[in-house]
Design a binder for this molecule. Structure first.
Ligand SMILES: Cc1cc2nc3c(=O)[nH]c(=O)nc-3n(C[C@H](O)[C@H](O)[C@H](O)COP(=O)(O)OP(=O)(O)OC[C@H]3O[C@@H](n4cnc5c(N)ncnc54)[C@H](O)[C@@H]3O)c2cc1C
Length: 483
């Protein structure tokens, strides 16, 4: 394979370019933005103004792909989590969890800029900025993509390649491009969350001296703003986000935003707010739906084409999933390239099938987390097992962990939520019995009595049969953590 075109220079496009560079002598990243020389938010990725937290899995994979990345981010001004705790505040209690190591916290623009700087150092990778791809070039006879058409200024250009990787993000037009070429796209899964974010950045006077790295506040008093997350990014900037799903959007004007913060009667939040100065007015972001496109199920998929990152599946941002999935797909691409460096004609299709297996548990977990909200709706093509049971189970386990000050159990819930561990590591008979002893299984037993979930007496090998059986190799084994 001589030449690969990657459409989109976001996290998915950059990580894909990085792994492809070991196998292909010519890689061209086509990006519609003029990419800034420094770490600033750009118009092609407006979401980057809002907090972008990495899950443990995402962090681990990015470090494997870019050794030393965490240290580099820290050296260049990212906030350090060394010796700090994450403070959670729920209606049922508070919990402080020690940060496991010295992790860098930064904005999405800062992370992307560091990754981009490393990727563009590779001689085989070229960037074509300020160029918008508007279609694929396909050879119908051989059912193959051989390039793209793009607009650069007033000019329309054609660029040819042996393989095209579509990494065009949340508003990807891949489905329309394929439709135009006569391909039939299967119905997508759609989760309508009506998410609203409002984010404000503040200057912190000196190196942060607070004992926490992140405050996560769930606030029952103000149903229109149930979630507030406060964290540090690079160069002593504090970022505060108010978030909600279900169509009740948080205020995006400065006065409304500050009023909500004042009403949150959480001492560490009030203490930190007294030390900071707003840098700008808050910025809002709304998302109606997130979508899983089943490209892997298409009857005919053109050879020489891949889709990756948000162009394949988008997630509810509040769960911080997207960058992790993009990194997992890049790692998958690397593994497949090691096994099949010649990139045969079915490579793209096989990649999609394997990438869909990565996406499925994360998509299920998003649906579990957002389940139960009266305004959240879903249009699932593939039945999603056990959503309600898993949602209630995880809520009860979290409540148990907070009430009894069990950081390890809370960490287990968190690692299951973020695709690090299999759901069966949490939702199993010993855990059910532990919750039962604590008197927390009432809502679960009600679901069993109503016939919505299988009676515990019929659970096999301690496993709840209502929870999907995703392949073990998609997760990190629990024993690895215990070591
Ligand atoms: C509000 C919000 C908050 C989020 N928070 C988190 C979080 O905390 N943690 C997390 O892991 N994820 C988060 N995400 C998701 C995350 O932004 C993405 O999942 C992740 O960055 C992967 O993105 P990507 O590379 O696929 O797409 P993007 O990062 O969107 O990049 C797509 C790129 O393609 C370019 N492009 C698009 N169309 C064309 C075209 N036709 N021609 C040329 N170039 C094109 C765009 O300019 C852009 O550079 C959040 C998302 C949102 C919306």
């Amino acid at each position: 394979m001589q030449k690969v075109i990657i459409i989109g220079g976001g996290i998915a496009g950059l990580t894909a370019a990085h792994v492809l560079a070991d196998y292909c002598p010519e890689i061209l990243i086509i990006e519609r933005d003029v990419l800034p020389a420094g770490p600033v938010t750009r118009s092609g990725t407006p979401q980057a103004y809002h907090p972008h937290h990495l899950t443990p899995r995402g962090r681990m994979i990015l470090e494997q792909l870019f050794p030393g990345l965490n240290d580099e981010l820290l050296q260049n001004g990212a906030a350090s989590s060394l010796g700090k705790e994450i403070w959670f505040s729920y209606p049922f209690g508070d919990l402080h969890i020690p940060e496991p190591s010295n992790e860098a916290a930064c904005s999405r623009a800062f992370l992307e800029w560091h990754i981009r700087s490393r990727v563009l150092k590779k001689e085989t990778i070229q960037l074509l900025p300020a160029t918008t791809v508007n279609d694929l070039l396909t050879d119908k006879v051989h059912n193959k993509v051989y390039g793209v058409t793009a607009t650069r200024g007033n000019e329309t250009i054609q660029l040819h390649a042996d393989m095209v990787v579509v990494a065009t993000g949340f508003h990807s037009h891949l489905g329309e491009w394929l439709n135009r070429q006569g391909y039939t796209i299967p119905e997508p899964e759609i989760l309508t969350t009506l998410l609203g974010y409002s984010t404000r950045h503040y200057a912190f006077p000196a190196s942060p001296t607070v004992p926490w790295s992140l405050l996560h506040i769930e606030n029952p008093e103000q149903p229109e703003v149930p979630t507030c997350v406060v964290s540090f990014m690079e160069n002593n900037v504090l970022e505060v986000i108010l978030g909600n799903i279900g169509g009740q959007y948080p205020p995006t004007d400065s006065d409304g935003f500050e009023t909500v913060l004042q009403l949150l009667n959480i001492p560490p939040l009030q203490e930190v707010l007294q030390q900071v100065t707003p840098l700008e007015a808050p910025r809002g972001y709304r998302i109606k739906d997130v979508t899983l496109r089943h490209y892997e199920k298409m009857e005919s998929w053109p050879g020489g084409l891949l889709a990756i990152g948000d162009a394949f599946c988008t997630f509810d941002p509040i769960h911080g999933t997207g960058m992790t999935i993009a990194a997992m797909q890049a790692a998958l691409l690397q593994t497949m390239l090691q096994q099949r460096p010649a990139l045969d004609v079915s490579f793209g299709r096989d990649f999609l099938k394997a990438a869909a297996r990565i996406v499925e548990p994360a998509w299920w977990m998003n649906a579990v987390a957002d389940h139960g909200h009266p305004e959240v709706q879903h249009k699932y093509i593939t039945p999603q097992k056990g959503l309600e049971f898993a949602h209630v189970f995880m809520e009860q386990a979290m409540q148990f962990a907070v009430n009894l000050h069990q950081p390890a159990l809370f960490g287990l819930v968190w690692l299951v939520k973020t695709s690090f561990l299999s759901p069966h590591e949490l939702i199993n008979r010993p855990m059910f019995e532990m919750l039962q002893e604590a008197g927390l299984t009432g809502p679960l037993e009600a679901l069993i009595r109503a016939g919505t979930a299988t009676d515990v007496a019929h659970w096999q090998d301690d496993r709840c049969p209502d929870i999907p059986d995703y392949e073990d190799e998609l997760f990190i084994p629990l024993q690895v953590l215990q070591k």
